[in-house]
Ligand binder design. Structure first.
Ligand code: ZN
Ligand code: ZN
Length: 469
């Protein structure tokens, strides 16, 4: 997609107001960081502190915690570990965990469309940092943005960290200064390098993921925004530069996929897994990988990938935009005739539709409820939310299961067709065609409703369907 062909205005430009606190804070820290150019303030130990803090706040904090753990839930870990990593992230001075997560979820939801908080289709500088200097309509107060990170907003510790992230930053800055003084009377050098220069460098590394990797680089996937993979951004941002892969497969803990796409954060997550500190690490979805451009140019590989998919018969229509997999292998009864199999197909498909409809109705009626705020301490509100969510997602899962059953019956219909003697082929083919139409229709409805339910309960994570349903 050529960037020149599309140009976004700043979403709700007239309603945005300058955020002076942010402008002054970011501006001043940049000015102070310039002192790093003064020769007398440079020390090797200061540089080492800067590097250590850059890895701690950038890789463990922003990349592994804010992005892969909190925003996308790409792996699971202990609560204390989550809090510790969040604590590291707070020292990157990139807003608190709830706000960061919410903004990033909005970015994925609206990528390069109007409400995207930081699309480079406005212009490079806007995506890079300009957007930070304005408050965004619908997203700048806690009440507004926390809707997109309800899972975190329910957690009192995360709420505390979200509110006080800059205090943590300031406290650490003071500790680093004092440590430098104690070490060799070079507190100022440690402060300039270990805090200010490091903060500025990491800011720009993170911001480049928003600006550069939506403009420059190559694409593995034809995603519906303009994200790209860019090696030098990946290098300074601990693997985040493989941003096109990430947009294609948001839950995957691995952002690098091809052999040369080195992703150090994933390596660290895998090490944490080995040490028992992380589990349920989400690996790249096979369905997504099958769509990779470099694989798809090879027709033979494309054919094999398609054959592997249980729903190969739907290849022309299936476009899963969620990462759930409705093709759960299920055991169904072997029917004795084509009409029996066809009836079973219809009944399974209508059950799938019914469950999907229930899921949607529940989610929709929940959305229409006013005044649902998570910061209310009332456990009642929380319970209503939990119940609605559980009901909606379990309906989605039931729908998917029924759909999988209908697919199995459809393949029975097809098998009967293939077995039939030549003279009755025509009539039987009709069954097959109608069966295919019904399953396609069910599939599309299911995808739309899953999207809708996920949107409404945005922030609680996507439903992951496993074969154990
Ligand atoms: Zn992006
Ligand atoms: Zn993301």
């Amino acid at each position: 997609m050529a960037v020149e062909s599309r140009k976004l205005a700043i979403y709700k430009k007239d309603e945005r107001k300058l955020q002076w606190t942010t402008i002054v804070a970011i501006g001043m820290i940049h000015v102070v960081a310039l002192l790093a150019f003064r020769e007398d303030l440079f020390t090797y130990s200061g540089l080492a502190v800067a590097f250590f803090m850059y890895v701690l706040t950038g890789m463990f904090g922003i990349t592994i915690c804010y992005h892969r753990l909190l925003t996308h839930r790409s792996f699971r870990t202990y609560k204390w570990m989550e809090y510790f990593l969040t604590f590291c992230a707070c020292q990157a001075l990139q807003s608190g965990p709830i706000e960061w997560t919410a903004m990033h979820r909005i970015h994925h939801k609206e990528a390069d469309e109007e409400p995207d908080p930081h699309s480079p289709l406005v212009n490079f500088l806007w995506a890079h940092a300009g957007w930070l200097f304005y408050d965004m309509p619908g997203a700048h107060t806690y009440k507004q943005y926390s809707r997109f990170a309800k899972d975190l907003a329910r957690d009192p510790v995360q709420r505390f960290l979200n509110k006080n992230f800059y205090m943590i930053y300031i406290a650490t800055a003071l500790i680093i200064y004092a440590a430098g003084e104690l070490y060799a009377g070079i507190g100022l050098s440690w402060l300039i390098w270990g805090v200010f220069a490091r903060t500025v460098f990491l800011w720009h590394a993170t911001w480049l993921v928003n600006s550069a990797t939506h403009l420059w680089g190559y694409r593995n996937y034809n995603t519906d925004e303009d994200s790209t993979n860019n090696w030098w951004v990946a290098l300074i941002s601990f693997g985040e530069g493989w941003h096109n892969n990430h947009h294609a497969d948001q839950r995957s803990a691995a952002h690098g996929q091809r052999w040369f796409e080195f992703d150090i954060s994933y390596v660290v997550i895998k090490c944490m897994e080995k040490l028992g500190l992380a589990w349920d690490v989400v690996s790249p979805s096979k369905r997504v990988v099958a769509k990779r451009i470099d694989i798809m140019v090879d027709d033979e590989a494309l054919k094999i990938a398609d054959e592997r998919r249980k729903d190969a018969m739907l290849e022309s229509t299936s476009q899963l935009s969620t990462q759930t997999d409705p093709t759960i292998p299920v055991e169904v009864k072997q029917m004795s005739s084509i009409s029996e199999a066809f009836d079973a197909l219809i009944s399974a498909a209508s059950r799938a539709n019914e469950h999907a409809r229930n899921a949607f109705m529940k989610a929709d009626s929940f959305e229409k409820r006013e005044d649902i705020t998570v910061d209310l301490k009332e456990s009642e509100e929380k319970q209503i939310f939990e119940k609605a969510k559980d009901f909606a997602f379990s309906s989605v899962e039931q729908a998917k299961y029924a759909y999988a059953e209908s697919l199995e019956f459809a393949s029975q219909v097809k098998a009967f067709c293939l077995d039939a003697s030549h003279d009755s082929q025509e009539e039987l083919k009709n069954f097959e065609k109608r069966g295919q139409f019904i399953t396609e229709h069910t599939y599309n409805a299911l995808v739309r409703i899953t999207d809708e339910v996920t949107r409404i309960f945005q922030g609680i994570g996507r439903p992951v369907i496993t074969s154990s349903v």
